[in-house]
Design a protein around this ligand. Structure first.
Ligand code: SF4
Length: 322
């Protein structure tokens, strides 16, 4: 495996809950509750879980779009957790984000040229001709044409808009791209095209991805390893095929049993999880999954299971595994 590009150590994000006349803090939502993982150069780490499990909050913290409450983010060997905005600006180009809804993230009043030029301007590319040349190159790289530069976001289809979002993310030659549900809003046939484009770009430009999704099927096609989150915690992490063929955590098993994946050995009858995901403002004690876990036993409600290596390279947080 290549050397680490990004290391996350004991990352936490608490959002305060305020109430009363003086708007005092009366609690906290533990959106991300002590997670650690590494992303190696050139790999794609998929991050999956139900809505509200903390995966998008994690992605935003890695780019410092949200400030972590605790923990460390180490990028290229440097701790970037406490960098000032000015210091951050220097490395921002190396870490970029692709959003789920490209339409919401593209200014409808700006031409594509202006949208793609903007990051270049912010990072000091003063020569107009150089910027225009780069814009044309970027459009071609993502499978669009240079004449698209004069058009506006509403003149494109959803798939084309996501290509523009990808072009913008590539404009500063990043090393790491955090893709937050980048194909969830697209038709299935278009999803495959965008995923293939992302794979090609990864090869051609030596990119590393954190690919966030709620759909285990989508993540499988692009990820080298997959991490599964539940209620702010990482519950399983392993090589992609290992997760799909040999899931260790009952939550991963339940998620997989609901996904129609034709070619996995892991075939079990559908596990229907009881109840809703509990509130992260008041998470269950012990293993936070115990209120829904079909295999829960006494210890589960009392003791938090450690996230540990249960087989070489395969991590899980469950009392059934040690
Ligand atoms: Fe289920 Fe217990 Fe394992 Fe949690 S620790 S996943 S409740 S068996």
């Amino acid at each position: 495996m290549n050397e680490p590009l990004l290391k996350v150590e004991h990352l936490k994000k608490n959002f305060p809950i305020r109430g009363g006349v003086f708007s005092k803090q009366i609690g906290a939502v533990k959106a991300v509750d002590d997670i650690s993982f590494t992303i190696h150069k050139g790999e794609t780490l998929g991050l999956v879980g139900e809505s509200g499990c903390g995966k998008s909050t994690t992605g935003r913290m890695l780019l410092r779009l949200l400030e972590p409450s605790e923990g460390k983010i180490i990028f290229e060997g440097n701790d970037i957790t406490k960098l000032s905005n000015r210091e951050l600006r220097k490395i921002r180009g190396k870490m970029q984000m692709i959003f789920q809804d490209p339409y919401a993230s593209l200014n409808p009043r700006h031409t594509i040229e202006r949208i793609l030029e903007e990051p270049l301007l912010v990072h000091g590319v003063k020569d107009k001709e150089a910027r225009q040349k780069k814009v044309r190159e970027l459009l071609e790289i993502v499978g669009l044409n240079s004449y698209h530069a004069t058009r506006y976001p509403h003149q494109f289809s959803g798939g084309q808009r996501q290509r523009i979002g990808i072009a913008r993310a590539l404009s500063l030659n990043p090393k790491l791209i955090i893709a937050d549900e980048p194909v969830s809003a697209l038709d299935v046939s278009i999803q495959a095209q965008v995923l293939n484009l992302m794979k090609d770009l990864q090869k051609n430009f030596d990119l590393t991805y954190l690919f966030i999704a709620h759909d285990l099927g989508v993540v499988r096609h692009i990820s080298d390893r997959v991490g599964v989150m539940y209620l702010g915690r990482m519950v399983e992490l392993a090589e992609s095929e290992e997760v799909y063929q040999n899931p260790k955590h009952p939550y991963t098993q339940a998620l997989l049993s609901a996904v129609p994946i034709a070619d996995v050995d892991y075939k079990k009858e559908r596990i229907v999880l009881q109840g809703d995901v509990p509130s992260p403002a008041n998470p269950p004690s012990g293993c936070t999954f115990h209120t829904r876990c079909p295999l829960a036993f006494e210890k589960c409600a009392v003791e938090r299971p450690l996230f540990k290596e249960v087989e070489p390279g395969h991590f899980a947080a469950c009392h059934l595994h040690g």
